[in-house]
Structures are given as C-alpha cells and as structure tokens.
Design a protein. Structure first.
Length: 171
C-alpha cells in the first residue's frame, strides 16, 4: 500500500511538473543519434528527424474501430496517460505513433498525456524514471484519480485497441 501511495504521489509530481519543464529537448547520444530527452509532446515527435518514422507508422496504421468504439467515453474523460519511450527504440517508433492514431480516433484530450523520453540507460535528466518501475519501453501507464488501472509494456499482448479494452472500462 505504501509503495502504491509513493507511486501516486510521484506521478502527480511528474504530471504537475511536466508543464514547467522544457519540452521537446533534443540531444545527440553516444551513438551520434539525435534523440528526444525528457518531456515531449506530439509536436516534438513530429519534428525532424522523428517525423520520418512517426508519420509513416501513423499513416499506415489501421485502427480497429470496433474495439475502440466499445471503450467508455465517460471513463476516457477521467483517464490520464503517461508514456515512457525512447525515440531511438524500434518498439517505441512502432507503437507510439499507432497509439496516437488510436487516441485521435477516440478524440482523447492530449493535455491528459505525459510523454517522457529516456536515453538508452532508461534515464531522463531531472526525472525520476526509476520510480515508475519501467523495465521496457514503450510503457503506457493508465490512471484514473491517480490510481493506476494498468499498463501496456513494450508490445501489446493482443493489440493496442484490445489491450486498452482490458484496461479502460467498456460501454
């Protein structure tokens, strides 16, 4: 119980600080690749050079609208999402644009999404990523009233849409 309370408090801190932090900061990593680090949003993910893979994956993905339409619109209004990803990571490059296409289909408020970009060591300067207990990326964390409902870690078990249905209440 104590661990859950600490997680909730840290999540509140991360979300409240997200607006005060610099967003869409890029750095060059040790491999010479330009990566996003720290907090970002769609604007950062669709800027060069990230737009090449983001737009390509977003455009070619076909949303399972039957599954998406069964998700409760009322529950969605209460949901907050934290995405931990790496712009250098193949799984993040595949799943995050697909996820954005799904939330666009749901008309989800992007202001309720916090995106944290990590380096290859799973770190982001000034953000205690370790407290979120991230083992693989991307990780999508879904909360209502600061209570974690569930996660999608690295790759969906069935599909992003079906995994969402297992986390977010359906109609």
């Amino acid at each position: 119980m104590k661990k859950i309370l600490v997680y909730i408090l840290l999540l509140i801190l991360f979300v409240s600080c997200a607006n005060n932090q610099e967003k869409n900061k890029t750095v060059v990593d040790k491999k010479g690749d330009k990566i996003l680090i720290g907090y970002s949003d769609r604007k950062g993910l669709t800027s060069e050079p990230f737009n090449i893979w983001f737009n390509s994956e977003y455009d070619k993905y076909i949303v399972d609208t039957l599954s998406v339409n069964s998700i409760s619109k009322e529950a969605l209004k209460k949901i907050k999402i934290t995405i931990i990803m790496g712009t250098w990571c193949g799984d993040s490059r595949r799943e995050v644009p697909r996820f954005y296409k799904i939330i666009d289909n749901l008309n989800f408020d992007e202001n309720k999404i916090t995106v944290i970009n990590v380096n290859r060591k799973m770190e982001a300067k000034g953000i205690d990523v370790q407290s979120l207990e991230i083992s693989r990326i991307p990780t999508f964390i879904f909360c209502i009233n600061n209570k974690e409902l569930g996660r999608i870690i690295e790759t969906p078990k069935k599909s992003l849409e079906k995994d969402l249905m297992g986390i977010i209440p359906i109609n």
